[in-house]
Design a binder for this molecule. Structure first.
Ligand code: PLP
Length: 419
């Protein structure tokens, strides 16, 4: 396995999957009696390492206080930890400014924030918003709602049988009427890695803005929002080893400044009077009310965890898992993989003969194997393939070839029960 022992960055530790697994308490447990857990539902949510769990405990045990408003010591400690997490995240995604990082509840809220605020300030009747057929509902429904509000039109880039975007169709859709292109970086249902850098450049060439749904990318790859040049980028803490209920909206400073607030309340104001209210500067303008303080701090710890790993080695490990699992699953009679894009992350959707995905998932669960079944919040994509859903095995950096073997052995064992 490749390691970074010789890497010049002394902060980088070699990647050692056994040592990484040991840091995740959930991965040590059994389910249904004595079945060791094989956790292959990482696209839904990842497990949490000790450093994240311990950091949240330490916050509540030693630092708990509300942020921003207090003169007392604990409030200052909590504020420093909360704002320190924002700085870590800004560095992690290479934002030009820390105040371009807005804390949200997750990807869904980030997209809704942009749909609401950008919709109010930048989009109107006649404008088009482009999404793709493989988007998560979170990157479809807010745009449909916005289109209804302002009279804009939603355009949809078709997906090929292999699960790749039809780039020519996308290029044909772009024009001066395009207000926004909103695209998933990595498909949660198929694993397809979309060519977002090129898509962003082409959108900008016609004057359109771009939003990247990064819910599936921050756990698998390095994200550099300046290199991507996206206008907005949204992600969720819980999918990248951090807590639930916290996420990030990155937006370019000038756009965020030009957008009206999403929600009103405490912490987002400059001055309130019945004659009129003025709003605080970024990032607080978009963070009304008491924030998810321990969530942000826990996400900061998750960023530290990821940055302590050699991402090249992690990516090589996940590429090996994807290749090995793809090869091994194909040894199962009647198994069909849905999504065979050239550029793929370690997510494999499949069907076994005519068996309903739910039956497959339920039987696998009895053997300790956690996979997701259903439409994965991508109903239009399932319609495109004419299927009700899939079984999805999604791998994270702590999974092993042994996990793949257990999945494949279990599928072979349950196969007679499925026909
Ligand atoms: N976008 C994609 C591609 C996802 O996979 C998900 C979650 O599965 C979301 C958006 C929504 O993320 P959240 O539920 O954390 O807001």
């Amino acid at each position: 396995m490749p390691t970074s022992v010789d890497a010049p960055d002394t902060l980088t530790r070699p990647f050692d999957v056994a040592q990484v697994r040991a840091q995740f308490p959930t991965l040590q447990r059994t389910v249904h009696g004595d079945q060791p857990l094989v956790y292959l539902d990482n696209a839904a949510t990842s497990q949490k390492p000790d450093v994240v769990i311990d950091r949240i405990r330490a916050y509540y045990a030693e630092e708990n206080s509300n942020v921003h408003r207090g003169v007392h010591r604990l409030s200052q400690v909590a504020t420093d930890a909360y704002e320190g997490a924002r700085e870590k995240i800004a560095r992690f995604i290479n934002a030009a400014h820390t105040h371009e990082v807005i804390f949200t509840r997750g990807t869904t809220e980030g997209i809704n924030l942009v749909a609401h605020s950008l919709g109010a300030s930048h989009l109107s009747a006649g404008d088009e918003i482009i999404v793709s057929e493989m988007e998560h509902h979170s990157n479809i429904v807010p745009w449909q709602m916005l289109c209804e509000r302002v009279g804009a039109t939603l355009r949809v880039i078709p997906v090929s049988d292999a699960g790749e975007l039809d780039y020519d169709a996308y290029a044909d859709m772009l024009g001066e009427q395009t207000g926004l292109v909103a695209i998933g970086h990595i498909s949660n249902a198929l694993g397809t890695i979309n060519p977002v850098q090129q898509m962003i450049a082409d959108a900008h060439a016609v004057g359109a803005l771009t939003l990247i749904d990064g819910a599936q990318s921050t756990q698998h790859s390095r994200v550099d929002v300046q290199a991507l040049d996206c206008d907005f980028f949204c992600f969720s803490g819980h999918k990248m080893f951090g807590p639930t209920g916290i996420g990030v909206l990155y937006g370019k400073e000038d756009l965020l400044n030009a957008m009206p607030p999403f929600q009103g309340g405490g912490d987002m104001i400059d001055r309130v009077s019945f004659d009129g209210t003025t709003y605080d500067a970024l990032p607080h303008k978009f963070e009304a009310g008491t924030p998810h303080i321990e969530g942000a701090i826990g996400l900061g710890a998750a960023v530290d965890f990821i940055e302590g790993l050699d991402m090249d080695a992690v990516q090589a490990h996940e590429a090996d898992l994807l290749a090995y699992a793809t090869e091994q699953l194909q040894t199962i009679d009647g198994l069909r993989i849905i999504g065979t894009a050239q550029e793929k992350a370690s997510v494999i959707s499949f069907l076994v003969g005519d068996a309903h995905p739910y039956d497959v998932g339920t039987l696998l669960d009895q053997m300790g194997i956690a996979v997701r079944t259903g439409h994965h919040c991508t109903e239009p994509l399932m319609d495109r393939y004419g299927i009700p859903g899939t079984v999805r095995a999604s791998f994270a950096l702590y999974n092993t070839r042994d996990d793949v073997d257990r999945l494949v052995q279990a599928l072979k064992r349950i196969q007679p029960l499925l026909s």
